[in-house]
Ligand binder design. Structure first.
Ligand SMILES: [Zn+2]
Length: 75
């Protein structure tokens, strides 16, 4: 299996780095507004959360990133 790395940036320290799939988490909500990916900045330790569009979701799930499916409490 080819290891996949994802380029990411930190809004806190403005660092730019590459993360492996195991460093990322993807949460898929009911709408695109509640779909995001998160990681811990390796430079400053900040917990970063960014919205994930359709293409990013495809990229991350295809790369083996752990995915959490969020369910709306009110149906
Ligand atoms: Zn940072």
């Amino acid at each position: 299996m080819v290891p996949v790395v994802f380029r990411a940036g930190c809004p806190d320290c403005r660092g730019s780095f590459e993360l492996t799939a195991s460093a990322l988490r993807l949460a898929i909500g009911a709408t695109s507004k509640t779909t995001f990916y998160s990681f811990t900045c390796p430079d400053c330790g900040a917990a970063v959360r960014k919205p994930a569009g359709e293409r990013i979701v495809e990229l991350l799930t295809g790369g083996g990133v752990r995915t959490l499916r969020l369910h709306s409490a009110v149906q």
